[in-house]
Structures are given as structure tokens and as C-alpha cells.
Ligand binder design. Structure first.
Ligand code: F6R
Length: 613
């Protein structure tokens, strides 16, 4: 999704443009299709703006930055990566956008929902538009109110906008200021040594500072070379991520690095939280609401995409071991439904980024109704993390690959911890709780075994299958959501392969019609309580000569006689198998994507966090 970087330094910094471009490149992982920047050039007493469709390298080539960067002092400076929503991918639609006078330059993340109405009014007043974007109306609105003070003009313009925005604005006729503001789109102020940053994502600036102030909705910050002002008094917070977390560390892709970090993700999400002797978990972020959680009679889970599949696994866990009725729904549906709630209902929002628009909207809707809200979020300080009443952080560092991998593993781990906590508050026995806790403790090692022992085989299987165009993934009970996740990962990474995930028991209600030698079936078939059922589905598919790939429990020789290819995972308790069974599917999707020649870290049309509806 779109990315914003802003920079302003106390003294002229000859490297500022280079620094800004590097920061912008750290946002490339979010997905984008054009880029641009604008800055005040003191020597020319003017704003220089450059935009390009395509990659940031195209922008660099156009601006000939390699030659000019050292010579220029860009201060203040705003930069942007755009992921097209309103208007196609073109230089004119790329940000920054400016007003009629070439005075106001602005970058924007989000959507102006009432842009058509605003544009009509502004055009009626004589404003000339140069792009098809919704963003450009903001530049003209600021122009309309500009009387020499940029901050004041922004302050007057913003209330007219319906929708969401994170913006950074500079003005030729008020050149010593960078004004930034947010509404439902993340934005932070970075406090460096004699320099300030604005960014939509902490990864952009961690190379320079870990001291940040997260802007709240409707907040406007005005930054000058010497100071900054926000209406509210706010304390800086620390970003806990390290620069290495946002680098590939020798791997060809972030996605592969992050899959390899999955065992560590389990460890990091459990660190200091598992109380094995008591068969429970202690989650600091929930301390204040433990008694309210004890009273909970019903849980609503909401999330999008992969995070939603983690919620589906959580539903099986909570119902089986904590005895709490759970309803799980994708946030884009949930936000428009009328779920039945009472004072003992709890909403659980799962989100890696903490910025997903639908999840946030569902959360706000439930908050308004007085429901207790809990987040499972990775990005510290993100909107969902701050809007929920309480929550659990994943603590796995930034996830840079667009496809969620290690975050999913961590979300499942947190679900297991929550199950222990809620289960032990209710009817889960000490012995059973201890057994789950022990199995959890043993999990990272088992995860490592998969990534070392099975990695070669998974690659070979991908080499055998990558030219097939369609796949179906089947699993049952705890592994039904894993079938959904495996299929999602394959289609988003190895497109144009089409993949479907299904509950294995549904096979005979339709999908079996697809079974023939050209249509591979992937079965998730660990030795659990529904093993026999899944195996008989496999037999039915085999009888129709469809190629079968199976994920099975180590030592299961019977599966070998049915499936064409088997990937083994170590044995663990049934509720934890999804954490292991999904890992080969992540790796399989990765290799399939690479073999298909796709950009696996930035799959086409996708964005890392979907901050617009
Ligand atoms: C798939 C994927 C997406 C996200 C979804 C929710 O690999 O990454 O489906 O899981 O967009 O994102 P978060 O977790 O940031 O709310």
C-alpha cells in the first residue's frame, strides 16, 4: 500500500534526498506502482518535484539522483510510493500532487471518499486539476485556505474531507515547515538528532532513529528545522525493531527469510508468557482485563485474509479447550453485520499490521457498542493496537514480505496461549493445561526439523508441480483453515496458478468433480482425530487419478501408499498441528512463486497492509 516519508533537518543536509530515497525504499515491501518526491531547494528558492511510474529506481534515474544527490539540499522533503486506487498507474497520478499555483505539494495515503463532490466545487471556483486522483483535491483545498501559513490552511482544509488520510505537505510560500496529519491511516513522527522524520511505517526510519511519536486520528503536527508542535503533549516511544529485521540478511527474498524465522517466531511469541507448571499463560497486555475475560460468555473474532484463518484455528482451540462459544467472520463482512452482543461478549481482532481498514472499522463499531475489545497485533503502536482495550503483541519484528508467513505462525501461537489462559480460567484441567504447555515448548524444535529435513523435498515437489495451473487444498477440523491458508498463499505468490481451499468433508459436495490427472490435490492429513476421514477422501481422489501431495505425521507409512508425494511433520498435540502443518505449505508456495518467475516479496496487485476499504 502507499508509503509516506517526510524529512526536515536543523541544518541543510547535502545527503537529505539520498537519505529520503533510502527510507522510501524501505517501504517498497508494502507494494506500489509509482513514486515521487518534492523538496524545497534553498538555492533556487523553489520546490523541485519529480515523479515516475514504476519502481523507485525509475524515479532515481529520472531525477539523476546519483549525480545530484550530493549537490542538493532537500529541506524539507516529502516522498511517496503510490499503490493505484483512483486513476491508473501514471506519472501524473503519482504523488506529490500540487495546487494551481505550484505552491502546495502534498503526499497522501488513504482515500478521499467525497472527492467527486469536492472536485466539482473546486472546479466551479476555478481550480485546474492535473490528475485523476482523489488526493489532488486535498492540495487544492489547502490552496483555497492558504494565506501564508501552511499549518492554518491544512487545519481548515482537513475537516472538509470524508474518508481517511495520512498526509505530509510542504509549501513554496511557507518553506520552513512540513505539516503532517492523520485520520485512520498510520503516520508517525521520528525524532532524530537535529532532524525529524515523518513516516507511514517505522521500517522507513529505523536506520536513523528509534524514537517516535505515533500520531492519533485528527492530529496535525507542524515541524520546522528546530522544533515540532502537536496540540497534545505526547511522550516519545521506542521502536523495538532492529535495522537487521528489515533487511534480507543474505536470503534472496524476505519471504524465504521470514519462513526460516518461523521457529523463532514461535519462541518470541511465547517468551516469558508460558507458565508450564501451572498449565497456563501470562499475557501482560491482558492483565487489566483478566477478570472481565473470566466473565466472557462469547467471543467474536474478526480479521482479514491470513489473519482471519488464524482466527478460524483459534475458534477450534477456544471451543475445545476453553469451552467458549466463538464466532469468526472476515472483517469486511463483520463491519456491516449486526452481531448479537451483550455485556459478556468480547471482540478479538487479529492483525499483523494493526492498520487493516476493515478490521479497524469492525473494531470501532464494536467499541461504540461497549464491547470489550482485544487485539492480537504485531506492529507496536499501530492503530488497532492503540484502539483496542487490551491486547497481545506478537513480538516477531517487522514482516516485510507482502505475504504473511511468520506472523501467521505467531498468531496461531498466541491463540494457543490465549486458549491456555481462558481454558484454565474455566474447565481446562491442570494436567491437560500442562500437557499443552509442554507441547508448545517443544514446538520450535519441531518447526526447525521441518525446515531442515523437509526443505529439499519441498523444493523438489515444487519443481515437479509448478506447471500445473490449478490446485485444491483439503483439510479438516484444525487443518481446515490451513487448507484455506495454503491455497491463499499459493495463489497470491504463484499466480496465475489458481488454488482453492476446502473443508475436506465438503469434497463430495462439489469439488470432487475437478479430480483428474491434471488437477493436483493437496491434503493436510496429520494423525489426528479426523485422520481416517481425510484418508478416505484421499482414496476417493486417488481413484480418479488426481495427483496427491500430502502433509502427514512422521512415520505414517500408509499415506505413502496413497499420495504421490508426502511431506512429513513431527507429531504434536492435535490443536498445535496447524502450526507445523502450514510451514511446508508456506515453503511450497514460495518455491512455486520463484519457479513461476514471480516477484514473491511484492506479488502483483497486492499491498502489505490494506489501509483502505
Ligand atoms: C496474505 C496476507 C493478507 C493479510 C491480510 C490482513 O498472505 O498477508 O491476507 O493477512 O491483509 O492483514 P493484517 O494482518 O495486517 O491485518
Amino acid at each position: 500500500m502507499c508509503g509516506i516519508v517526510g524529512y526536515i533537518a536543523r541544518k541543510q543536509n547535502p545527503n537529505s534526498l539520498k537519505l529520503g530515497i533510502e527510507a522510501l525504499k524501505r517501504l517498497e515491501y508494502r507494494g506500489y506502482d509509482s513514486a515521487g518526491f518534492a523538496f524545497w531547494d534553498e538555492s533556487k528558492k523553489d520546490i523541485f518535484c519529480q515523479k515516475a511510474a514504476g519502481r523507485i529506481t525509475a524515479l532515481e534515474e529520472k531525477a539523476n539522483i546519483a549525480v545530484n544527490a550530493v549537490a542538493l539540499s532537500a529541506n524539507p522533503l516529502i516522498l511517496h510510493t503510490r499503490w493505484a486506487t483512483h486513476g491508473g498507474v501514471s506519472e501524473s497520478n503519482a504523488h506529490p500532487h500540487c495546487d494551481c499555483q505550484n505552491n502546495i505539494y502534498l503526499v497522501h495515503n488513504g482515500i478521499v471518499e467525497n472527492y467527486k463532490e469536492l472536485k466539482e466545487v473546486l472546479q466551479g471556483e476555478g481550480h485546474q486539476f492535473r490528475s485523476e486522483t482523489d488526493t489532488e483535491v486535498i492540495a487544492h483545498l489547502v490552496e483555497k485556505f492558504f494565506q501564508g501559513n501552511l499549518e492554518e490552511a491544512v487545519r481548515k482544509a482537513l475537516p472538509l474531507i470524508k474518508g481517511s488520510y495520512g498526509i505530509a505537505v510542504i509549501a513554496k510560500n511557507d518553506p520552513q515547515k512540513l505539516v503532517a496529519a492523520r485520520l485512520s491511516s498510520p503516520l508517525l513522527l521520528g525524532l532524530g538528532e537535529n532532524e525529524y522524520f515523518v513516516a507511514s511505517d517505522p521500517s522507513a526510519i529505523i536506520a536513523h532513529t528509534n524514537k517516535v511519536i505515533y500520531l492519533d486520528d485528527n492530529e496535525i503536527v507542524t515541524i520546522t528545522p528546530d522544533n515540532f508542535s502537536i496540540l497534545k503533549e505526547k511522550k516519545p516511544e521506542e521502536i523495538e525493531w532492529k535495522l537487521e529485521d528489515a533487511q534480507k540478511g543474505g536470503y534472496p527474498h524476505f519471504m524465504l527469510k521470514e519462513i526460516m524465522e518461523e521457529p523463532e517466531a514461535i519462541e518470541n511469541s511465547m517468551k516469558g508468557r508460558l507458565l508450564t507448571e501451572d498449565g497456563t499463560a501470562r499475557l501482560g497486555g491482558l492483565q487489566d482485563i483478566v477478570t472481565r475475560l473470566r466473565r466472557a460468555k462469547r467471543m467474536l473474532f474478526t480479521a482479514c485474509g491470513t489473519a482471519f484463518y488464524a482466527s478460524l484455528v483459534g475458534r477450534y482451540m477456544f471451543e475445545e479447550y476453553a469451552g467458549i462459544p466463538v464466532e469468526a467472520d472476515v472483517a469486511s463482512e463483520f463491519r456491516y453485520r449486526k452481531p448479537i452482543i451483550d455485556e459478556n461478549t468480547v471482540l478479538l481482532c487479529v492483525s499483523q499490521s494493526g492498520e487493516t481498514a476493515d478490521t479497524l472499522a469492525a473494531l470501532k463499531e464494536m467499541k461504540m457498542k461497549g464491547v470489550l475489545t482485544v487485539g492480537v497485533v504485531n506492529v507496536v503502536g499501530s492503530t488497532i493496537a492503540r484502539e483496542t482495550d487490551a491486547g497481545v503483541y506478537n513480538h516477531i519484528g517487522p514482516e516485510m514480505g507482502v505475504a504473511s508467513t511468520k506472523a501467521f505462525i505467531s498468531q496461531l501461537t498466541v491463540m494457543a496461549l490465549l486458549t491456555l489462559l481462558l481454558g484454565r480460567q474455566r474447565n481446562l484441567s491442570l494436567v491437560k493445561g500442562q500437557r499443552i504447555a509442554q507441547d508448545l515448548q517443544a514446538l520450535p524444535e519441531k518447526a526447525r526439523i521441518i525446515l531442515t529435513q523437509e526443505a529439499k523435498k519441498i523444493k523438489e515437489i515444487a519443481e515437479k508441480y509448478y506447471q500445473y495451473n490449478n490446485f485444491i487444498y483439503l483439510g479438516r477440523k484444525y487443518n481446515y483453515p490451513i487448507a484455506l491458508e495454503g491455497a491463499l498463499k499459493l495463489k497470491e505468490i504463484a499466480y496465475p496458478i489458481h488454488a482453492e481451499g476446502y473443508a475436506s468433508g465438503e469434497m463430495k459436495h462439489g469439488p470432487i468433480a475437478l479430480a483428474d490427472q491434471n488437477f493436483p490435490f493437496v491434503f493436510i492429513a496429520p494423525q489426528d482425530s479426523v485422520y481416517e476421514k481425510v484418508v478416505s477422501n484421499m482414496e476417493e481422489v486417488k481413484a480418479r487419478r488426481a495427483p496427491i501431495i500430502a502433509i502427514a505425521t512422521e512415520g505414517d507409512e500408509r499415506i505413502k501408499t496413497i499420495a504421490d508425494d508426502v511431506i512429513y511433520i513431527p507429531k504434536t498435540s492435535e490443536m498445535l498441528t496447524p502450526i507445523l502443518s502450514v510451514m511446508p505449505l508456506h515453503l511450497f508456495a514460495y518455491h512455486m512463486g520463484v519457479l513461476r518467475g514471480n516477484d514473491v516479496d511484492k506479488p502483483r496487485n497486492l499491498a502489505k497492509s490494506v489501509t483502505v476499504e
